[in-house]
Design a protein around this ligand. Structure first.
Ligand code: NAD
Length: 407
């Protein structure tokens, strides 16, 4: 009989040996990749803990499949179940077009206040990569998940609201805008910035990583992106005074030699950081960024290590976390048992880490690497790997399980 995971006031978890974990299979390719993922995760847990531990999966409704069953795209019970059980995992979901919902994923993040979108970008040998030294890419992006672009405040060009705002901006600020412009609002707050940056710093401390980089465009947008930078440094000083140092302190007090046990907090302008992650990826470990920069950066980084099919993700808040595939429903491959399930499987490994079941997470990553090394891969990787054998989604899952048990 499964039990609920519970959370203590300091955010640490009490994970029973048989936790109940809600899952949303998802739409399109969701059922195929979920089937493979569930088998791999169950097998990793079984192999790591010899039957002492196991996950009690609980299906919850959302997306197209949820709508067919309940008449709702995102039932309230689904959200309360995720919150009650602390951790959940989901496949991709179809976004209903013209149904008054902008995106189900954004709705889940906002309703559960999952303020950090966490995307680890780690190279798994021998996945094809456009980089000369892809093994140097090992970063985790913490993207703010509730404001900036995601606040979604826009005024359509030509509407009274847009024109009124343009008039106001002219009167109050002397801004001379084309009266037919569309307008978007970019809110960034101290509260949301600080909790995101604090989570990124805590991650660096927990994983003994040397640096956290604040990515921003503060040279141009001083009161939003620039403020993100200022508040990020403040969060480090206020909440981690003994565990962090700035680059100024590094040079003024330590002559450029990073002291043991301290996380270096640095900041980089967004466009420059895009170059740096290509040219000097090993200098970046954890990156904390506002929403829009993070959107661009996490997909660009995913391309460096094998594309979206290989990139895991999680949305984490103070009350619960949802682990998810980073790609969409790829409708043209739905039901063909063809696509790469690695994104969802690796998100499952992140969930195992979150639960402090690191032994099982390590087995999953090792199994994926060994299956890929053996050249038994899905079509997306096979077409880039000379000599590889293309296998179905389920067969790739079999290969991972076999490798986990034998290596
Ligand atoms: P998509 O990610 O579904 O697919 C684009 C292409 O990427 C596919 O045609 C395929 O060639 C490739 N691809 C995607 N996942 C793959 C995998 N696991 N293995 C191999 N190849 C893979 O993006 P899209 O076509 O823009 O969106 C389709 C639907 O998905 C839309 O309804 C969209 O709203 C939704 N969507 C959902 C999520 C989510 O639930 N997190 C994210 C993005 C898009």
């Amino acid at each position: 009989m499964g039990e609920k995971i519970t959370q203590n006031s300091d955010n640490s978890l009490n994970v029973p040996d048989h936790p109940i974990i809600p899952f949303i299979e998802g739409d399109g390719i969701g059922p195929d990749i979920w089937k493979a993922t569930k088998r791999v995760i169950d097998s990793a847990v079984e192999t790591a803990y010899g039957g002492k531990r196991g996950i009690d999966w609980l299906e919850v409704n959302a997306g197209e499949k949820g709508f067919e069953r309940t008449g709702e795209w995102l039932p309230d019970e689904t959200l309360s179940s995720i919150e009650e059980h602390v951790a959940a995992i989901k496949g991709p979901m179809t976004t209903p077009v013209g149904k008054g919902i902008r995106s189900l994923n954004v709705a889940i993040r906002q309703r559960l206040d999952l303020y950090a979108c966490v995307r680890p970008v780690r190279y798994i040998e021998p996945v094809p990569s456009p980089m000369s030294h892809p093994q140097k890419v090992d970063m985790v992006v913490f993207r703010e998940n509730t404001e900036d672009l995601y606040a979604g405040i826009e005024f359509e060009a030509g509407t009274e609201a847009a024109k009124g705002l343009i008039r106001y901006l002219k009167e109050q600020m002397g801004a001379s805008l084309d009266p037919e412009s569309g307008i978007g609002i970019k809110p960034i707050s101290a509260r949301n910035t600080k909790r995101l940056v604090a989570r990124a710093i805590q991650y660096a401390i927990d994983h003994s990583l040397p640096s956290v980089t604040l990515m921003h465009k503060g040279n141009i947008m001083k009161f939003t992106e620039g403020a993100f930078r200022t508040w990020g440094y403040e969060a480090a000083r206020e909440q981690f005074p003994d565990q962090t140092i700035s680059e100024d302190e590094l040079w003024d007090e330590y002559d450029g030699v990073q002291p043991e046990g301290k996380v270096l907090i640095k900041d980089r302008i967004a466009d420059m950081l895009f170059q740096q992650v290509l040219l000097r990826p090993d200098e970046y470990h954890v990156i904390a960024t506002p929403n829009l920069n993070g959107d661009y950066l996490s997909d660009a980084l995913a391309a460096q290590v094998g594309g979206l099919g290989m990139a895991p993700g999680a949305n984490i808040g103070d009350r619960c976390a949802v682990f998810e595939a980073t790609h969409g429903t790829a409708p043209k491959y739905a039901g063909l048992d063809k696509v790469n399930p690695s994104s969802l499987i690796l998100s499952g490994a992140m969930m195992l880490d979150f639960m402090n079941w690191g032994e099982a997470a390590t087995l999953v990553r090792g199994g994926i690497s060994a299956a890929i090394k053996a050249g038994r891969v899905t079509y997306d990787l096979a077409r880039q790997m000379p000599g590889a054998t293309e296998v179905k989604c389920s067969e790739y899952g079999d290969a991972i399980i076999e490798k986990m048990k034998t290596t």
